[in-house]
Design a protein around this ligand. Sequence first.
Ligand code: PLP
Length: 386
Amino acid sequence: MIYLDANATTPLLPEVLDQMLPWLRDGYANPSGSHRMAKQARAAIDRAREEVAALIGASPEEIVFTGGGTESVNTALCSLDHLTGSGTAVISAIEHSAVLRSVEHQKRPTRRVAVDEGGCLVLTDFEAALEGAAYVSLMAANNETGVIQPLIEAAAVARRRGLPVHTDAVQAAGKTPLDVRQLGVDLLSLSAHKFHGPKGVGLLYVRGGLDFKPMLLGGGQEAGRRSGTENTAGIVGMGAAAACALRYLSQHGEAALALMRDAFETKVLAGLSGVTMNGDTMGRLGNTSHLSFDGCEAAGLLILLDEAGVACSAGSACMTGKQKPSHVQLAMNIPEARAKSSLRFSFSRCNTPDEAMQAADILIESVKKLRRVQGSGVGPVVVYSP
Ligand SMILES: Cc1ncc(COP(=O)(O)O)c(C=O)c1O
């Protein structure tokens, strides 16, 4: 199978697994204990804390390990909700459902700031939305289109007004450099499985000196900021994945991903008519390609690609199975037919340029096949037959 669904999740790197295994087999001691085995687990967690802090330019004390991206986002937004006065929550219209559902749950009103047709936050609208705001949450890069958001500029505007800023950087991590000081954010959420670490572990960066209210209460782990016995193996895996990501980025990994993705797109566009690239092609993560294919239903195309050995997604992974444009596509004003014919291909360091070319060939053949079938009036139901 050629796996082009890295924005949904990434393969665990072998070196990450190797570092986790001893903690799954023998390193089972509770890191809060006082004996030697416990202290070894504590030391491993502290090392991982330094590794993940280095990935985002933070201090280790500013890192809170969590149970994944969704938990980090919910914790950040709950804390902001409790600690800021009345006022609106300002978010973008293209946030992940972790942010959308979390702010919906709060009693305060929310303002969803528009994006342009390229899927990029409209800064003038954002600035206007800050009137009467209590806090801001903006994603660093979008999970469906890969479009990188003007976070540095937006956070600077919010900061000038004294508003705290959270960023959901789950999709940006490991694909593009991240530095919390340069971004100027107070809170930042990450998830290990999006950059070749294990699932079910994430982190929340909490800027030193920021008022913070924990969401999970209990034994007071993570300096009282997230109770619950630490997932030592998962945390060690996240640390190892962060160290690998940092090395990869310093060795021009971002450019290597973009080269592979661009070659894939060039081949697809040369081999097919009626293909539209969605999202600002100049400001995307190097790994993401969001394409629409005239006359093709995404659901049918996904099945043909799956049968031919290519794994990808329609819209975002969380939307799969729902036959309506995603909120991201609606915010970008993508016409309904184009939205329903769109697929997301997301590459990772585990793909090869050869695979990208093979996937392009398979995609071209699959689109031609589907167009023949759908054009014949038989309907897409034909693609469901073996
Ligand atoms: C932008 C974004 N935020 C948050 C999440 C949630 O992360 P997790 O799956 O680790 O809970 C995802 C996962 O798809 C995501 O893409």
